[in-house]
Design a protein. Structure first.
Length: 192
């Protein structure tokens, strides 16, 4: 069985981090539940005064070049794209790249102190990275401007987006509480 390995040298050993293939169903289910929760929150947000950000419409507009009507073909394609990102792509990115980085050190500085065994905190921090990506890169692509500056209520859209992403990360971390990766350490033979 092939495993995805990442090598991180330490003083006298190599740490290998890999994602257990049995973990993927839990990861994808957590991603789906997180995406569903986030999506419901966003579409119900106008009930509490937060502007609605139509994820499906925004992504569908990239496919057809204009804002699609709700429940039209391009809108459903945008919704499928949104769920594919949130259920598969972003959880895989989390398990393979972000979780291993949060599990070790960066440039000799430990970044695990305080949350090394708290997947919910790690996933919530990851969701802030996704939020910054969404507001800094994705929103300008769909005409919303840098950090939603071209929307009707930029501050409320940015805050609503942050809340939605924090909910996504919390649910993802809460449903994937088992370690996303396993760490194996191999000591180098110092025998000469």
């Amino acid at each position: 069985m092939k495993r995805n390995l990442y090598l991180r040298p330490t003083e006298d050993s190599f740490t290998r981090t890999y994602v257990d293939p049995g973990y993927y169903p839990k990861l994808f289910l957590g991603g789906f539940a997180a995406t569903l929760t986030m999506t419901l929150m966003v579409y119900l947000a106008p009930l509490i005064g937060i502007p609605n950000v139509d994820f499906a419409g925004l992504l569908g507009s990239l496919l057809v070049g204009r804002a699609p009507g709700i429940f039209t073909g391009p809108w459903w394609l945008g919704m499928a794209w949104h769920f594919m990102n949130g259920s598969v792509f972003f959880p895989l990115l989390y398990a393979h790249f972000v979780y291993p980085v949060f599990s070790g050190t960066v440039s000799g500085i430990s970044i695990t102190e305080g949350f090394s065994d708290r997947p919910m905190v790690r996933a919530t921090l990851y969701s802030l990275i996704l939020w910054a990506f969404c507001q800094g890169l994705a929103m300008p692509l769909v005409g919303g401007g840098f950090f939603s500056s071209q929307t009707m209520q930029p501050f409320m859209v940015v805050v609503g987006s942050m809340i939605a992403h924090l909910i996504y990360g919390s649910v993802l971390g809460g449903m994937t509480t088992a370690r996303a990766t396993h760490v194996l350490e191999y000591r180098q033979n110092q025998a000469a």
